[in-house]
Design a protein around this ligand. Structure first.
Ligand code: FE
Ligand code: FE
Ligand code: ZN
Length: 278
């Protein structure tokens, strides 16, 4: 079965997201843990979480993907900003334990003028402070487009972070199709080659989720502008190969395309019709 969902607004809570997902034919979803620009999270509504868990079990949902606010920067030059990123992510992870077995995705960070090496060290130090042995959530480093000084555009940078984290068994990677294409990996013409590289450098066993997006810009643009599936530079044929690739077809796919709920529903239906897996 294709595991597929899209990014949903968390404003109305978990049960509402679960119902919305079902309405558009999804069996999982992604959401921001808090306002991506703000910091304050509402107190967790435990009754809503319990109602969601019962609902999700009944529907046979796959693990949901919580996305950290993208303004957090684990490798900021300013120590105050790093502390803020750490405290916010730790709070997110503690909350997420109420929904066991979830995924938590974050943008590794922007090194600003410190250089990628320094950025990698800071991100690893950050992770070494917020992961704990008993946690049930898997934390995912997202592959980045390489906009500005983003760390995590290359597979080598992600590998360097993984190598420096003690609790690396809690870590995985979320591959964003728009970002890797924008970062210069040609998944449109050479998906096999890119995945081979991923396997050699990071290991496909680390790959836990896919952000399924088309890209507004051509290969290697470093712009990070998502497009609707089939309307961008990656194209429908390549995205069809992504969802059906033997190394990827069992992973959960999350759409982050510029769509309203109806548009997401259409894309999900289209992906299901192109899926050849059992
Ligand atoms: Fe992201
Ligand atoms: Fe993404
Ligand atoms: Zn993006």
């Amino acid at each position: 079965m294709l595991k597929i969902g899209c990014h949903l607004s968390s404003a109305k809570g978990f049960l509402a997201m679960g119902r919305e997902a079902v309405k558009i034919g999804a069996n999982t979803f992604q959401f921001f843990t808090r306002n991506p620009r703000g910091a304050k999270a509402k107190p967790l509504d435990l009754a809503d979480v319990a109602a969601y868990r019962a609902f999700a079990e009944g529907q046979g949902f796959f693990p949901i993907l919580a996305h950290a606010p993208y303004t957090l920067n684990a490798c900021a030059a300013d120590e105050g900003l790093r502390t803020f990123a750490r405290e916010t992510m730790l709070d997110d992870l503690q909350r997420l334990e109420h929904i066991p077995g979830s995924l938590y995705n974050f943008h590794p960070g922007s090194h600003v003028k410190q250089g990628a090496e320094a950025g990698i060290e800071l991100i690893a130090a950050h992770l070494n402070k917020i992961l704990w042995p008993e946690q049930s959530t898997t934390v995912l480093l997202e592959t980045m487009a390489g906009k500005g000084s983003e760390v995590g555009r290359t597979f080598e940078e992600l590998r360097a972070i993984l190598d420096r984290v003690k609790q690396a068994d809690k870590l995985g990677v979320c591959l964003d199709t728009c970002h890797v294409f924008d970062g210069g990996y040609d998944i449109a013409q050479n998906l096999d080659g890119v995945l081979e590289q991923f396997d050699k450098i990071i290991g496909l066993n680390r790959l836990r989720a896919i952000h399924l997006n088309d890209s507004m810009n051509p290969l290697g643009s470093h712009k990070d502008r998502h497009q609707k599936l089939g309307e961008g530079e990656i194209g429908l044929k390549a995205l069809e190969q992504v969802i059906n690739h033997p190394a990827l077809c069992r992973l959960p796919f999350y759409l982050e395309t510029p769509n309203d709920l109806e548009g997401y529903g259409r894309e999900i239906a289209q992906m299901k019709s192109l899926y050849r897996g059992a």
